[in-house]
Design a protein around this ligand. Structure first.
Ligand SMILES: Cc1cc2nc3c(=O)[nH]c(=O)nc-3n(C[C@H](O)[C@H](O)[C@H](O)COP(=O)(O)OP(=O)(O)OC[C@H]3O[C@@H](n4cnc5c(N)ncnc54)[C@H](O)[C@@H]3O)c2cc1C
Length: 439
């Protein structure tokens, strides 16, 4: 080989090495541009709560944060640096923060413009009300693994303070999602005297995930049961494991019993009022999550037994004329599930001009179903009244009409339990873009 060829071959080798990187880089930047347009169109560019913030002065563009994020298009790459594209899709895994080699990314609550209400909690999960604790997502930190860990730490703290004396219970645990379940199991293991009350059923938000959703989680140790050693598990299997834990440990959960009020008595103990009575305890652990109570329409007839705020078994509804109200993932998934049942006629009423913050897969499914005529969507519409066998609605132009409807399903979000917390005396801070503690 002549000496003159050496630099040429060197150049070609360098190109061969660099080209795949350059192509991947270009693809990523293009995908980011497309995702940014979509995020803007569907309002995903505005963070709802916890979300990442990238420091452009520090980011060196490794792309690690993008690769590790399990959610869709939260982060992307622009001009060789990581950027936040669809922060509304962040559910706080915190993997991006940990994957960044130069600490150029952090998770924060809220933004300068849009505050997020977070209750004030000490390191031991106690609020400003002595004896009243908050664990899990209500405290601002999402994820099942965090909820389990916080429940364990809180129960350990309660045990260290002293349990097992006579008189009032050691604790009332309110809510039995992952945080309440973990708190209760750890209290049970410590032989504390407590009761767990749950508005609905065991499982919390996880029960409401879409069918077959793959839940990402981390290893947790369950006292009296063993290690739950899986990273990914279908929602249904996870629910089965949790029910098995409850059965095997003998944990008693008073399901279908919502707490309606919490009063701190003069002696510093608590009376927790529920729909079926009251529980007297020295401490209360609030593990009620952030879904809050389902928002209602505020129209005549909404208390009818034909109006529901959740859908567990679509198969139970067949040969029905159904109206689904809402435009988020829950409404879309319910409408699709109901439209798939034999003989149903399904209408979907949404006040927006188009579906907003919904997952891409749901968007594709609903678009296909609408095109195929499996259901009808009425955008810019508003329910005025629900009467037996019919619903009165108004369209965007203020024109009213009536639909023959047997059942109405309402999915218009939830009101945060802020009022409930304030009534309990818990101090709440509105956070405008301040950093979260990732445990
Ligand atoms: C679509 C979606 C996907 C997600 N995917 C994942 C994932 O893959 N991995 C992951 O780790 N996390 C995921 N998360 C987040 C995770 O589900 C939550 O962070 C977690 O469930 C919070 O647990 P929690 O116990 O604090 O609250 P919740 O799970 O919300 O449980 C609160 C419980 O309190 C009950 N309750 C409320 N009010 C009262 C009352 N007044 N009286 C009695 N009971 C009451 C509720 O009925 C509920 O059962 C996801 C969240 C969503 C919305």
């Amino acid at each position: 080989m002549s000496d003159a060829l050496v630099p040429v071959i060197g150049l070609l080798l360098a190109l061969a090495v660099m080209l795949p990187f350059a192509i991947a880089h270009r693809r990523r930047e293009r995908a980011t541009a497309a995702a940014a347009v979509e995020a803007l169109r569907y309002g995903l560019h505005e963070p709802v709560s916890l979300h990442p913030v990238v420091d452009p002065a520090g980011c060196i563009g490794t792309g690690n944060c993008i690769s590790v994020c399990p959610e869709e298009t939260v982060l992307g790459m622009r001009h060789g640096q990581a950027v936040v594209v669809a922060p509304a899709r962040c559910i706080g895994h915190g993997l991006c923060e940990r994957a960044c080699p130069v600490d150029a990314i952090r998770l924060v609550f809220g933004t300068e413009r849009r505050g997020v209400d977070i209750p004030r909690i000490r390191e031991n999960f106690e609020t400003n009300v002595p004896g009243l604790y908050i664990v899990g997502e209500l405290g601002g930190m999402g994820l099942i693994g965090n909820a389990f860990e916080q429940g364990r730490q809180c129960a350990d703290g309660i045990f260290r303070e002293g349990v097992g004396r006579g008189g009032p219970l050691d604790a009332v645990v309110v809510g039995c999602g992952p945080a309440g379940l973990s708190t209760s199991l750890n209290l049970l293991h410590r032989r504390a005297r407590f009761t767990t009350i749950e508005r609905e059923d065991i499982g919390g938000t996880v029960r409401h995930y879409p069918r077959k959703k793959l839940v990402l989680t981390r290893t947790v140790q369950v006292p009296g049961y063993g290690k739950l050693d899986f990273r990914e598990i279908p929602k249904e299997d996870l629910m089965e494991v949790w029910h098995d834990i409850v059965q095997r440990t003998g944990l008693e959960v008073r399901t279908g019993e919502p707490a309606t009020g919490i009063d701190r008595l003069e002696d510093g103990t608590f009376s927790v009022t529920t729909t079926t009575g009251a529980h007297h305890a020295r401490r209360v652990v609030l593990a009620i999550g952030r879904r809050g109570v389902p928002r209602r329409l505020g129209v005549p007839g909404e208390d009818s037994p034909d109006v529901a705020y959740s859908l567990r078994e679509p198969e139970a509804y067949q040969q029905d004329r159904i109206l689904v109200v809402g435009g988020g993932d829950s409404a879309v998934e319910a409408a699709l599930a109901l439209a798939a049942q034999p003989g149903n006629t399904v209408h979907l009423s949404y006040r927006g001009e188009r579906f907003g913050r919904i997952k891409e897969a749901n968007r594709q499914r609903i678009d296909a179903a609408l095109q195929a005529g499996h259901l009808r969507a009425m955008f810019s519409s508003r329910v005025l009244e629900i009467a037996p066998g019919r619903v009165h609605l108004e369209n965007g132009a203020g024109r009213a009409g009536t639909l023959d409807i047997d059942r109405v399903f309402v999915f218009i979000g939830g009101a945060l339990p802020t009022a409930f917390l304030r009534a309990c005396g818990v101090a709440i801070d509105t956070r405008f873009g301040t950093a979260a503690r990732v445990r």
